[in-house]
Design a protein around this ligand. Structure first.
Ligand code: ADP
Ligand code: MG
Length: 262
């Protein structure tokens, strides 16, 4: 029995990390007088850790997150409108098992997308699948697929992941076919998979950008049936940082950004 034979067997079993560390650990085991069980446990532990890491990296890539944001990097003191306890409760991810939706509403810059992607990242860390999109991107993508008669195949991208994040709802008005596609995604994920969304519009204004009050009601009805809404008021974090750095903000921009619609 030589080590090359064991390498070949580990590789055949796809235990690539165990194979990679085998020689080193065998030497360490001899030197430090490990028991057989300790040695085996060490190899399997390293194999498992490497697999988890590979799987996380692959799922992060598939999730198409715009930027990695974490809850640790969220400054709760700067945003007293956000309930720290609630966010930490959400980070336990029990809402995913209940297939609850999560809606972050508020003006620009208050941390909606940050919290959305941070919770998504937590879900990825826990082994779930996730996918990030903006509403405009999703409906444009689905329209394109529909034109090529490939809607059923393409819509799976938005139905399959455990978590679907839909960012920037309400920035642009949707035409009727686009609003219908949005409805399809919401209706088909209803009670099957959570959606985390962000919007700069309060629910009362959704009919306006969706262009149809009946469709808006149908969407909101399903979205909000099992859901948690987090209204973030307050100042844009970006503007706050600029103000702290002593950079002045043009008055027109100030007006637009502080126009609190809630
Ligand atoms: P929104 O989606 O509400 O428009 P973002 O989540 O994109 O805002 O936040 C704008 C920028 O400010 C991002 O870079 C984000 O990471 C940062 N940011 C916002 N709020 C906070 C906060 N409370 N602590 C740390 N960074 C924040
Ligand atoms: Mg945003």
């Amino acid at each position: 029995m030589n080590i090359e034979q064991i390498h070949a067997k580990l590789d055949a079993l796809d235990l690539t990390e165990a194979s990679r560390v085998l020689a080193h650990r065998a030497e360490q085991a001899a030197k430090e007088d490990w028991s057989y069980l300790r040695f085996l446990d060490q190899l399997f532990t390293e194999e498992l850790a490497a697999r988890r890491d590979r799987s996380l990296k692959a799922r992060i890539k598939l999730a198409r997150m715009p930027a990695k944001k974490t809850l640790a990097a969220f400054d709760f003191d700067a945003q007293p409108g956000v309930d720290r306890k609630l966010i930490h409760e959400l980070a336990t991810l029990t809402f995913l098992d209940r297939t609850d939706n999560l809606c972050f509403l508020g003006p620009p810059g208050v941390g909606k997308s940050h919290l959305c992607t941070a919770l998504m990242f937590r879900a990825l860390e826990e082994g779930y699948t996730a996918y990030f999109t903006t509403l405009d991107h999703m409906v444009a993508d689905l329209k394109h697929a529909q034109a090529q008669e490939k809607l059923e195949k393409r819509i799976r991208v938005y139905l399959k992941p455990k978590v679907l994040a839909i960012d920037e709802i309400g920035y642009m008005p949707l035409d009727r076919p686009a609003a219908n596609l949005f409805f399809q995604v919401v209706a088909r994920r209803y009670e099957r998979g959570s959606i985390i969304l962000t919007s700069n519009k309060s629910y009362g204004d959704w009919a306006q950008f969706l262009g149809d009050p009946v469709l808006a009601t149908a969407i909101l009805d399903r979205l909000l049936h099992h859901s948690i809404t987090i209204n973030i008021r307050g100042e844009s974090y970006r503007l706050r940082e600029r103000r702290k750095a002593g950079i002045s903000i043009p008055p027109q921009a100030k007006e637009v950004l502080s126009a609190n619609v809630f």
